[in-house]
Design a protein around this ligand. Structure first.
Ligand SMILES: Nc1ncnc2c1ncn2[C@@H]1O[C@H](COP(=O)(O)OP(=O)(O)OP(=O)(O)O)[C@@H](O)[C@H]1O
Ligand SMILES: [Mg+2]
Length: 433
């Protein structure tokens, strides 16, 4: 459903057909429910609908004691706030931009597809949830840091174009990526586990972006599946630098719950250290790779439990969830996910080398599979070809036979005609004598 300006007004119309304002999704994003639990609850809900019962998701979650009443209330409040906020933003006019539709909703703001009028280009337009941003210092910092990020330019980074303010709302516009997020790809993969070669390739391309911006002493701070997009041609685009959030996380108390998941947070960030460097991003990339390969984030539970686990609990064995993972894959994950940044990959070059070796090994395996597939196709083709040849020979033989028969008939005719002529000649001669 869209209004006169083409703006998508129905929150159910984007992403998953349900929208990021959905109760279940918000609960998952905030670590109150695991994605697996949400799937199970939805299956129960569908089953109850088939029986004509129409139970709500909240009802099922409460009956199964997956969340408390209080937690449900918090999610509902956040849901209400987000919906009101988004509606208000859609009604706003941002100078120089035409909002076309809603792309998604994150912890920090709403993302719209828009046209930047001056450049006549499509952009992704992120408007921050303003009621949570009261701090002047924060506002200054947001603009300053967005400008720094706007100076970066790399094919694996979503380019930030512009930053500004309209009334109470802060926004920035960025390159519009016509593609999908890694979060989407995980959700769509069989058992939510992506092919190893593909997952590793996404990691390599993201690492190229890290390798580029780290030379500017910039740390992303929020590498996670929903912030990595893949274009239709397979190019990785890392977006959403988390500088704003690292500040917000500390400022927001209660309502800060919807700010996002700590599933991929580096231990040093979880401990609140200020002087983190690019190695924190290597950890988050490792946690993202772990999720792509196993189909689940490293730790389950409430945000505070997950944060604590990142600082103390060893990496759960990924082979528990995917036994076929090779030692090499597990070793790379372990080294990316070392709790102590000094024990993580000593330099990006060696991580590149290890990831490339993994990708090549797994792409070669996939190619072998393809070869096997190809050879069976070739075999089938050859059988078909020889059948065709056999048939062609039979047809030829039949034609030859027919030709021979007609030649024989011709000869017979010739003989008969000759005999006839001879007989007539003989008769004429006889009559003449
Ligand atoms: N540059 C972009 N181009 C196209 N679509 C985008 C772009 N940036 C974001 N989106 C879409 O908007 C959705 C919401 O993005 P957003 O960053 O707000 O959510 P999030 O990453 O889950 O949360 P957050 O980054 O605030 O923690 C994304 O999942 C994606 O589908
Ligand atoms: Mg994001």
């Amino acid at each position: 459903m869209s209004d006169a300006t083409g703006t998508v007004t129905d929150p159910l119309e984007y992403r998953e057909g349900r929208g990021a304002l959905d109760f279940g999704m918000l609960a998952v994003r905030n670590g109150l429910l695991t994605a697996e639990q949400l799937d199970q609850c939805r299956a129960k809900q569908a089953a109850s609908a088939n029986l004509g019962e129409n139970r709500t998701l909240k009802d099922i979650i409460l009956t199964d004691r997956l969340m408390t009443e209080e937690e449900c209330l918090r999610v509902e409040r956040a849901q209400q706030q987000l919906t009101q906020d988004r509606e208000r933003k859609q009604d706003l006019k941002f100078k120089g931009y035409e909002i076309i539709s809603t792309l998604g909703e994150g912890g920090l703001g709403s993302v719209f597809k828009a046209r930047q009028v001056s450049m006549n280009r499509l952009v992704a337009f992120k408007v921050l949830h303003n009621q949570w941003i009261s701090d002047d210092e924060f506002r200054k910092r947001f603009v300053l840091e967005a400008r720094i990020v706007g100076k970066l330019s790399h094919q694996n980074l979503i380019q930030v174009y512009d930053v500004g303010r309209e009334g109470d709302y802060y926004y920035f516009s960025m390159e519009f990526v016509d593609g999908r997020t890694v979060e989407d790809l995980i959700r769509e993969a069989p058992r939510k586990q992506m092919e190893v070669g593909r997952a590793v390739d996404i990691c390599i391309q993201t690492l190229r972006a890290i390798n580029y911006y780290k030379d500017f002493d910039i740390v992303h701070r929020d590498i996670k599946p929903s912030n990595i997009m893949i274009t239709r041609s397979g190019l990785v685009k890392l977006g959403d630098f988390g500088f704003v959030k690292s500040k917000l996380d500390k400022e927001l108390g209660y309502e800060g719950m919807v700010l996002g998941t700590p599933d991929y947070i580096a231990p040093e960030q979880a401990m609140g250290k200020d002087d983190v460097d690019y190695r924190a991003d290597i950890y988050s990339l490792g946690a993202t790779l772990y999720h792509m390969l196993t189909g689940r984030p490293m730790y389950d539970g409430t945000p505070s439990k997950v944060m604590l686990a990142h600082t103390r609990t060893p990496m759960p064995d990924p082979r528990t969830y995917r036994p076929s993972l090779s030692d090499d894959v597990v070793n790379v994950l372990m080294r990316m996910l070392e709790k102590d940044p000094n024990k993580r990959y000593a330099n990006i070059t060696s991580l590149f080398a290890d990831l490339e070796a993994l990708r090549d090994a797994h792409t070669a395996k996939a190619a072998t599979k393809y070869e096997i597939g190809k050879s069976s196709i070739m075999r089938a083709l050859n059988i078909e070809k020889s059948r065709h040849n056999e048939m062609a020979e039979k047809i030829k033989a039949a034609e030859a036979k027919a030709e021979a028969a007609s030649a024989a008939a011709k000869v017979a005719w010739g003989v008969a005609a000759g005999a006839c002529i001879a007989a007539i000649t003989f008769l004429i001669l006889w009559l003449a004598t």
